[in-house]
Design a protein around this ligand. Sequence first.
Ligand code: ACO
Length: 423
Amino acid sequence: MATEIVEIKIGGKSFEYPVTVGTYDEKGIDISKLLAQTGYVTFDIGYKNTGATKSAITFLDGDKGILEYCGYPIDQLAEKSNFLEVCYLLLHGELPTKSQFDEFEANVQRYYELPTEVVAVLKSLPKDMHPMGILSVMLNTLCGCYPNDLEPSASEATHWENVYRVLGHMPAMVAYIYRKKAGLSFLKPRKKADYCENFIYMMTGKVNKTIAKAMHTLLILHADHEQNCSTSTVRIIGSSGSNLFASVAGGNNALWGPLHGGANQEVIEMLEEIKTLGRTPEEHIAMVKDKSSNVRLMGFGHRVYKNFDPRAKIIKRFADVVLKDLNISDPVLDIAKSLEKTALEDSYFVDRKLFPNVDFYSGIIYRALGIPVDMFTVMFSFGRMPGWVSQWRELRASKEPIGRPRQIYTGAKKRKYVTYRGR
Ligand code: ACO
């Protein structure tokens, strides 16, 4: 099939650009020669229309509410897979055979225990530091634990070792942050245990298979989401040749913000406030619609999903199942449901295509599982880690150039320096 060509006319001259086509016929105008040929750059604040890379990992269609990891629909993976299998899938592009899975799991298990330096750094950090800040410090500290394995030119085997290290260390990092904040001592890992069972044990000191199973599902739902803010951050850091640990630490910082992963904490805080103040859903929605209030309906809206977020649908159903399994009744779940209903019937949300996103119900489940509110975004990071790692590896494998956007300068024109010292 002939390549589609797009013609751009500037000052009466025509320039032709080829169209890059994806697996599902998504189309992007390849303007990589635009600046050199015309002197113009594209202008797209917030990258709303910019395809920054080609990727074979995750597909999402925001209009149809489709999310697939390497071709596998998210609902099938959430129902049937486990988190480590999904990690393997994202990293290799294929589901593992039994022996491939066993080998992968054993490699990750080798790193369940944290390096002593990371534990020492954790102990030294202020107790009131936000868990996301702590996690970034711990991830960066890994650079000091494996200093000889960080070079971009390191062998492929060394790069894989770093993948196992970061995936293997995550359960202990998250569990130890929780225990530090709670003033509890740190527990040794259960070295041959299932990934999530080991995590729950290290966090709580108990093995609870129901909670571990729920954890697998939640982590799978967060595992990757193509070129979102934190993943793009990981890729852009990696593009300068920075090592894996430094790159995912940067991704973690990007995830922290309330417009991204930090929304899960804000949702619960919003729901609690509605409950405490005895506000009705209608009153809260009226406040959100009043732009002067500067209040957003947290857990609603998405840059790409303009129909529904398939993860939110699964998580909403899952919240009912988990709370029932654990015999917990949470009034905040009812508030969330009526808030969602009120919003979805309101033209403000309908017209702007604003639907619940992955963060709207996830916090209710985390809370039921005994995870404190300020740890919610760390849980998101825990789940997103294989996505960041896979995208970092893909960037390296495809030898992408350093990420470096352009700008339109709007500052002062050249002028003469005059000092306040009256020289
Ligand atoms: N509540 C109220 N109004 C909203 C919301 C919201 N949650 N989200 C968007 N809007 C409105 C905006 O005010 C804007 O209205 P306008 O056209 O009258 O000016 C319109 O909808 C478009 O919003 P933008 O901010 O331009 O959309 P964008 O794609 O840039 O932002 C975002 C997406 C950041 C997710 C936004 O919807 C938001 O802030 N949501 C709340 C925070 C949240 O839940 N974040 C988690 C996202 S999922 C994730 O990262 C894991």
